[in-house]
Design a protein around this ligand. Structure first.
Ligand SMILES: NC(=O)c1ccc[n+]([C@@H]2O[C@H](COP(=O)([O-])OP(=O)(O)OC[C@H]3O[C@@H](n4cnc5c(N)ncnc54)[C@H](O)[C@@H]3O)[C@@H](O)[C@H]2O)c1
Length: 380
């Protein structure tokens, strides 16, 4: 895979020949949203454009985005879906398909997901299935979506039986990650995403060794630690670099292993326990908070197994503490239920589960540990 990076002021644009033969244009940086119409023109994105968004994002950003889609070039319609996870349903998928059908969308036309991971999961699913695939462009407006959900080509809706149970692999033609759009996010939600960014920092060296990703002069962990020590201000110019590193890392991982046969598993660091904590705690912990706790417990397990030293585990815990994220197992959760939930994880294989464990030093992991299901209690 090749990529070209071009620096135009604060916005970096990249063209990726990504996995599954899709070219993705990625623009990252403050003001990147102003590249929307130019990007659509480069994509031959058709005449019709559907912007899918939620009320709490639309109120801040819809007008701005529509101004970037001139009516002489595009016939734009919008569909407002319910806030948060509530849009990831078969009902809203059907309404989106019907919207596309009623307005005569054809396979050259484009769906734009304007919002967080919930909207991009729904929009991606709808765009991948309607007429077997329209163009998809993602404008992620949450930090979690910018570093994670908008990248990597997974789409999903929830079913009554559980989260993300129906989905497709479908790559967007473009991702436009504009740091300025994060300015309207509630602080707690921004901080939650640090759990995922910490994950990227703790796998960085291994990703560089096993893919075309190249580390910068300063390890991501040091950059993240400094930005947290400075109060994690969303206007901090360093945050755009942080977002770019996470995006590049995920793109390179997914290019090597789009369907999670091997390297992509590395992105599960902290997630086996994280998902169990979300489920058993009835989703009172956000995803990023649960992943953060998952990471501290996994790092402790690495110390027990003499894979890394105690000081490294203390540093991880301290980073979460200073970010004001939970860094210990919450009291009162039923340990048996947590073990059961972890054992049902999709990374299970026979009597073992594939775990990602920090190894040697922070930044390096072993992502192929076959861990006995019977020992899962050691993570608690
Ligand atoms: N496909 C993937 O690879 C992937 C990866 C990670 C997470 N996800 C999914 O992403 C979802 C979580 O995404 P999320 O954390 O981005 O939250 P979200 O999309 O659920 O958004 C949370 C709330 O914030 C609002 N919001 C979004 N941007 C805003 C802004 N700039 N200002 C003010 N409010 C704003 C939204 O309207 C929403 O109500 C989950 O459904 C998860 O399963 C998918």
């Amino acid at each position: 895979m090749r990529h070209k990076a071009k620096h135009t002021g604060p916005v970096i644009t990249m063209l990726w020949n990504t996995a599954l033969d899709v070219r993705t244009r990625v623009a990252v940086g403050a003001g990147a949203r102003h590249k929307l119409s130019g990007t659509l023109a480069q994509l031959s994105a058709g005449k019709r454009v559907l912007v899918l968004c939620q009320a709490s994002t639309a109120v801040h950003w819809l007008r701005d985005v529509l101004e970037n889609l001139p009516s002489e070039d595009f016939k734009v319609t919008t569909l407002e879906v319910p806030d948060g996870e509530a849009c990831k349903t078969t009902d809203w998928l059907l309404r989106t398909w019907e919207h596309l059908q009623e307005r005569g969308f054809d396979r050259h036309d484009t769906v734009i997901a304007l919002g967080g991971g919930s909207v991009s999961d729904l929009a991606g699913f709808a765009a991948s299935t309607y007429l077997r695939g329209l163009n998809l462009v993602i404008v992620p407006t949450t930090l979690l979506a910018q570093v994670d959900a908008a990248i990597g080509g997974k789409t999903a809706i929830n079913l009554p039986a559980g989260k993300n149970l129906a989905g497709t692999y479908f790559f967007p033609k473009a991702v436009i990650a504009d740091q300025e759009m994060l300015s309207t996010m509630p602080r707690k939600q921004i901080i939650g995403a640090i759990g995922e960014i910490l994950k990227y920092a703790l796998i960085e060296e291994t990703v560089a060794k096993n893919s075309d990703y190249e580390m910068g002069p300063t390890p991501l962990l040091d950059v993240l630690e400094k930005i947290i020590n400075d109060g994690f201000d969303i206007d901090d110019p360093g945050i755009s670099g942080l977002i770019t590193s996470c995006i590049k890392m995920k793109l390179f991982i997914v290019a090597r292993d789009p369907r999670e046969a091997n390297l992509r598993r590395i992105l599960n660091l902290g997630h086996t326990l994280g998902h169990a904590l979300e489920k058993v705690g009835e989703f009172k912990l956000s995803h990023g908070e649960a992943v953060g706790i998952g990471i501290t417990q996994t790092t402790k397990l690495s110390v027990q197994q003499k894979r890394i030293d105690k000081a490294a585990a203390e540093r991880v815990k301290d980073i979460l503490f200073r970010a004001e994220l939970p860094h210990e197992l919450p009291k009162g959760l039923n340990k048996e239920q947590l073990i059961q939930a972890m054992a049902q994880d999709k990374k299970r294989h026979g009597d073992n589960i594939k775990l990602v464990l920090p190894q040697t030093r922070l930044g390096v992991v072993d992502y192929e540990v076959a861990f006995p299901l019977a020992d899962l209690g050691k993570l608690l």
